[in-house]
Design a protein around this ligand. Structure first.
Ligand code: ARG
Length: 262
């Protein structure tokens, strides 16, 4: 019963754009879809230099540097928000300090994003001024081949400032990373029951659980060999066995990103 109830809660509350996630109580509003890295480690400088923090009064989601004027994130992080509400911190391992803050000029949510099914969970954030890229912790990510789908069992790296255990009330100050194996959609679907894993999603996480993204990590990167294969999107609880984290399949959106980026 908890499983089914949780599914309904996750479906109903997934939209981080609806919940005000500028603080931990806001993140808790995301319920079962959680947001911090679980089972990870402090990200060393330069390991995830494409990671940024999306902020209103404080961190609410991750994002990924595509080019000096464009950040990729999850649609559920920004749908319904105004550009003026958001700033982006880049070039820092800390969501609350360092690097530089830039303001947002426009938000492009994928036209097929579906709040109920969380399908097509991708958006672009265009910046009012260009970021200065090239330093250790500030670099653009590469996109995968158009249409590509990461190989099952490949090792991917997720990063973020999300909570370190499900239900935790505090975000870590410093960026964290975790290595996760890609899981087939069929295997993930078997664990998720009625929540549909579409072909626009990929799954990653060990069968036994213990490692995952969590509340506050949404919108952040899942990378293989410097290529952005996924964007943190949703999941049941965090780090639960047989319920890998679900990520937007970036290979499906390469043309859309290129055509809509600033
Ligand atoms: N939607 C969540 C967020 O806004 C991320 C959920 C990831 N959950 C998981 N179990 N991998 O931060």
């Amino acid at each position: 019963m908890r499983f089914m109830f949780g599914m309904v809660v996750a479906m109903g509350l997934l939209g981080c754009g609806g919940a005000d996630t500028d603080d931990v109580s806001g993140l808790e509003g995301v319920g079962s879809v959680g947001g911090e890295i679980v089972g990870g480690y402090a990200s060393p400088a330069g390991e995830a230099p494409w990671q940024v923090s999306l902020r209103n009064t404080s961190h609410f989601c991750g994002g990924v540097i595509y080019n000096s004027k464009t950040v990729i994130t999850a649609a559920h992080c920004v749908a319904g928000r105004q550009p003026s509400e958001i700033s982006v911190r880049y070039n820092s391992l800390y969501h609350g300090s360092g690097g530089a803050l830039v303001s947002v000029s426009s938000i492009v949510v994928h036209p097929s994003y579906n709040f109920s099914t969380i399908d097509n969970d991708i958006a672009l954030i265009k910046l009012s001024s260009a970021m200065t890229l090239g330093s250790t912790q500030a670099k653009a990510v590469k996109l995968p081949a158009p249409g590509s789908d990461p190989a099952v069992k490949a090792t991917a790296l997720a990063s973020g400032w999300g909570v370190i255990s499900y239900g935790s009330s505090a975000l870590p100050a410093a960026l964290r990373s975790v290595s996760l194996p890609i899981v087939s959609r069929a295997t993930a679907q078997a664990g998720y029951g009625s929540m549909v894993i579409t072909k626009n999603m990929i799954a990653a996480g060990p069968t036994e659980g213990g490692k995952d993204t969590c509340q506050g990590d949404s919108g952040g990167p899942l990378v293989i060999n410097g290529e952005l294969v996924g964007i943190t999107s949703w999941g049941w609880d965090c780090a639960a066995s047989n319920r890998p984290g679900i990520y937007t399949r970036v290979g499906k959106y390469v043309d859309w990103i290129k055509n809509n980026a600033g």
